[in-house]
Design a protein around this ligand. Sequence first.
Ligand SMILES: [Zn+2]
Length: 626
Amino acid sequence: MKRIALAAALAFMPALAPAYAADAAKPVPPTYAWDLGDLYASPEAWTAAHDKALAEAGKLDGYKGTLGKSAADMLTALNAISTVHRQVDRLSVYASLKGDENVTIAPNQEREQLAQSLAAILAEKTSWLTPEILSIGAEKVKSFEKQSAELDRRFGFILDNILRAAPHTLGAEAEDVLAAAGNVLAQPDNIYSQLSNGELPFPTLTLGDGTKIERLDQAAYTSYRQAPNREDRKKVFDAFWGTWQKYEGTFGADLNTQVLAEELDAKVRKYPNALSDALFADNMPEAVYRQLVAQANAGLPTFHRYLKLRKKLLGIKDNLTYYDMYPSMFTLSHPLKFTVEDSERIGLDVTSVYGPEYTAMLKKGFSGRWMDVLPRKGKASGAYMNGSAYDVHPYLLLNHNDDYESLSTLVHEWGHAVHTLLDDETQPYEKSNYSTFIAETASISNEMLLNDYMVAHAKSKEEKLYYLGQGLELIRTTFFRQTMFGEFQLAIHEEIEKGHALSGKHLSDIYCGLLKHYYGDAKGVTKIDPAYCIEWAFIPHFYYGFYVYQYATSMAGAAAFTNAIETKKPGARDRFIAMLKAGGSDYPYDLYKKAGLDMASPAPYRALIGRMNHLMDEIDALEVQK
Ligand SMILES: [Zn+2]
């Protein structure tokens, strides 16, 4: 599903909540509101389409047992299923977007529930499909693909992907047991949400200037950890992490259960370990994950250079500590302002390096009513692109606040939108669902191009330093931090695989070891206080399986591509565009390889480390001039 939210990636970034006042009296220009009429003329039209799709979904089990008869029968059945899927995607997009326009309207929430239950019915009515294809077997399926060009062109990749799972698929009885247990095995995430977002008693705190924080929860922590006053930052860290620390045992038992559930799935499905189970869906070689970890470790001297620069710029005389990571290294004497028009103009200029085809698509998007762009009371927060309506066009939700972060977010999300357009124009619906592994490269590349552009076009030394600092923070939070999370996940699974047990205390010890290693504690770069080693308990992504590593690999891929495109390396731009056009027609590792990048090799990670050093070289040069 092509619904790409930036929120997850940004969850760990130093960002203040937008400080806007929703102004109901100010009219919104029509071009700043999306037109859902392109999906359905009215809510009534949606309901009619929903009822039609529901009826059609109900008939799909009629195709059960027909796929093995002939190539034509297989095509007929798959086409019928695909047609309903396509309608359900479109219905879901409308329901979700309509809901996000105003999250307080009950009929909108009901429509979203209807769309979700329709998707569940579709899954239930086609649950026989995978077992049936597996029982037909690779040999017969391949011979059908030879007989029917259309079957091969549209469904060849999906069929290959299903057949690949044969060695990890169990008998009917065992599959039924696993399906029935699925809900139980998914509970650690619910327990985590209940505790961390509901019942954890967050403290109150008074800062040095008398500011009283009524509830130091995740959102407040994200804001106040940036406090320019060092004493305040320490207070925020001590109070916040002290609260989590009290529940170390409970969070530990919960995360242990999550890891055990993943290990159980790997064991019964005959994967060598939980990592290979998790990477199977994307057919991603384990070598990619391990190379990422190895290269982040090899890049630690560069990371330590950054930390020393941070210490110098913040004017810290004694030890740099973990609570010194979030305040901005460069502040501006006047705020930067980018209206939506500015952001669009800059976005077009920045991405012109991709060539005329990309530019034309971006212009077309900007001229259509595809975006709900301004913040408004009741509207969903954050930013995302939803490109699941294959027959219509992508939609984007933003909360543009006229600052640099808003500009960067707009350019990021439109990277997803143009990727979707290039993909949908080239691929049949059945091959248009690209992987997250590729998706974030398309958007982070845009952010990097933007950052370089802003550095080049800065009006003053102060602005230039600010943009260079922003570029550095993006790498610290996305590459080093997320890879450290990835290494932690690997370490805790390996503990269980070795037959060891995981308690909350043991998890904190493992996390402490990694924090000290990454932040150069023994080298005197940063002093890590063990009181903050409970941070692992705060990260919701550990309940999503091995997932966060993709932020880091995407960023490395983006660094390699932008570097090649900016330096006009022959063919680089065309290979990048071809990768975007390839959509979901192949496995992401192979698509990268075709574009000239082996994600299991050190090259992309070295490109990113090179970029980080380059940004610091520029800062050093400007600092010397000061
Ligand atoms: Zn994104």
